[in-house]
Design a protein. Structure first.
Length: 324
């Protein structure tokens, strides 16, 4: 009996979400009176693997293979399922990131396990049953789900659980499971990343804007505010559809779902499709000159005013605060 956690990384560096899921898995293992084993796939420095012990992993299974250098959903799911069988894991924890959303159901199917995706809290354990609070209806509500199958898969929402350091180190063990040939029929040859910007799924602060900006030529003030805050930039669907901003910045039900600690919406009315992708944000700030904009109904803080007046003043105030 144990807990297995998949640790996602980008180009050999673990994401913050990886430390969150290891901390979460450790908390579950403590409730169950067992230990945590992490599974890492791809080329990661051995020191970083050992450092996973600082967040609660007692052992790390490392799968290093040139065929798995890039993320392949089917193959990675097979590896995680094989690792779960190898350590007799009752619970598998995965981060509910873009990749994790595809991995979790595949792993659950391979293990014939119960699945709870979008978990936001530690489960309550009642015998062999785990009761988990998770998001539902595109983040507009919460559901309490009971997992009663012998094996369980939990996909934890990013930023839903704090990173906890334990001061420990992990034992690293090479793991070489068989990978079905069918899992490698479609592979990713290369990934080109914009390395100079904070990526949306990993961002703790997101500055987003909509049609209220009137045109792409006015986006400089959004990028300046984001730079001052160390934030990622985003936009509404109409903005990306109009070609003002790249589709990679579109957040919403049909775009990227985000769950930062702070989401600042500027000149966005707050259509239900947009809210579905940002409602998991811990704090929402809305700047809009229309006092009846739907976004104000879900905002934690709201400023009724012209973005072209408010945003430069907000940026200047933050710069002054940081200067002091």
């Amino acid at each position: 009996m144990s807990v297995l956690v998949y640790t996602e990384h980008t180009e050999g560096k673990f994401k913050k979400s990886a430390f969150e899921v290891v901390s979460y898995a450790k908390a579950i293992a403590d409730l169950m009176g067992t230990s945590v084993t992490a599974i890492s796939i791809g080329n990661v420095d051995s020191a970083d693997l050992v450092a996973l012990g600082n967040y609660g992993a007692s052992k790390v299974l490392h799968v290093s293979s040139d065929r798995l250098a890039q993320f392949i959903n089917q193959a990675y799911a097979s590896v995680i399922a094989a690792a779960a069988a190898h350590v007799a894991a009752d619970v598998v924890v995965i981060s509910n990131t873009f990749s994790g959303k595809g991995l979790a159901p595949r792993v659950a199917a391979k293990l014939e396990a119960a699945l709870a995706d979008g978990a936001v809290e530690l489960p309550e354990i009642d015998g062999g049953t785990l009761k988990i609070k998770k998001t539902a209806f595109s983040g507009k509500a919460f559901a309490l789900t009971e997992l009663t199958a012998p094996r369980k898969v939990i996909a934890l929402n990013p930023n839903a659980f704090e990173v906890r350091e334990t001061g420990g180190t992990a034992q690293v063990e090479a793991f070489s499971p068989d990978i079905p040939a069918g899992d490698l029929q479609a592979v990713i040859q290369n990934v080109v990343r914009a390395t100079d910007k904070v990526t949306l799924p990993d961002a703790e602060i997101v500055v987003s804007a909509g049609r209220g900006l009137k045109g792409p030529e006015n986006w400089a003030m959004i990028e300046e505010l984001a730079e001052v805050l160390g934030a990622a930039t985003a936009c509404s669907k109409p903005v990306s559809d109009a070609g003002w901003r790249p589709h990679s910045e579109h957040v919403g039900q049909t775009g990227i779902a985000v769950s930062p600690n702070l989401y600042i919406a500027i000149g966005i009315s707050g259509a239900i499709q947009h809210l579905a992708g940002v409602s998991a944000s811990k704090t929402i700030v809305v700047i809009n000159k229309d006092p009846d904009a739907p976004f104000f109904k879900v905002a934690d803080y709201g400023i009724v005013g012209d973005a072209f007046e408010v945003v430069p003043k907000l940026t200047a105030a933050i710069k002054a605060y940081k200067g002091n």
